[in-house]
Ligand binder design. Structure first.
Ligand SMILES: [Zn+2]
Length: 256
């Protein structure tokens, strides 16, 4: 071993021992702002889902960076990405987790004031009609320009793997993180829970992947809150807290 290697070894040891807090610089989190470009996503009250989720994605990016994580955004401008482009970055850069951010909407106007809340999805088939409806809406844009032929085969192969268990755990931690963060400042935020759903965006990345629905743009009260910077901050802080909790737990289980 030459002198350079010895010095390098000391430098690494110094960094590990000296920093005190957890070393998160090796943990890459990929954040996907849903929709973009010609695909506006949900649209209500003059506001577009694609713009709201980009704002939240940017806030989450900053939050996670400040906590020491490596972070990548699938898009940082108003542009459309195909399904493969969104998930490829997570696989190429060996991300620890993949988080797709969306906002919800319903078609039935008579229920606009009733249906609200924050939900987090992990990839799993479900019999729940509402989850299926939400997935169908989100999938429609994701599948633009994508070959539909083998989607079911892909879903089945993913569901057989260990990714589902970890994605479920990640979804619970992120959902809890968001609710705790939002409840610290806002009253009456509805907890829609961590739920299974057949979202194609979660199929491609071969690592724990979740889709966050930050609230319903069709609900007047929630829409007004969602478009304030303070509410967006609390969502970003909550997601970051959930990601941190999940990754810390996973590391301790693996004996790091
Ligand atoms: Zn969406």
């Amino acid at each position: 071993m030459n002198m350079k290697k010895i010095l390098f070894g000391f430098a690494v040891l110094f960094l590990i021992v000296g920093c005190g807090g957890p070393d998160r610089s090796s943990d890459l989190v990929v954040i996907d702002a849903g929709h973009g470009g010609h695909d506006s996503g949900a649209f209500s009250g003059g506001k577009k889902e694609k713009d709201l989720v980009l704002k939240i994605a940017r806030k989450l990016y900053k939050e996670l960076k400040s906590e020491g994580y490596r972070v990548a955004l699938t898009r940082n401008t108003d542009r459309f990405l195909k399904l493969g482009q969104r998930t490829r970055i997570a696989d190429h850069k060996d991300a620890k987790v993949f988080i797709s951010i969306h906002a919800n909407a319903i078609a039935n106007k008579s229920r606009y004031n009733i249906v609200e809340g924050v939900e987090t999805y992990f990839l799993q088939k479900t019999r729940d009609a509402r989850s299926q409806r939400i997935a169908t809406r989100e999938n429609a844009s994701v599948l633009q320009g994508t070959d539909k032929l083998s989607q079911d085969v892909i879903v089945d192969s993913v569901l057989a793997g260990p990714k589902v268990i970890h994605s479920h755990k990640l979804a619970i931690d992120v959902q809890n993180g968001m609710m705790k963060s939002l409840n610290s400042k806002y009253k009456g935020v509805k907890n829609g829970g961590a739920k299974p759903g057949p979202f194609y965006i979660l199929v491609g990345a071969s690592r724990p992947s979740i889709l966050v629905e930050v609230g319903y743009l069709t609900n007047p009260k929630e829409r007004a809150r969602l478009h304030t910077s303070g509410y967006q901050d609390k969502i970003a802080e909550g997601i970051a807290a959930g990601v941190g909790r999940y990754l810390d737990n996973r590391k301790s289980q693996q004996g790091f």
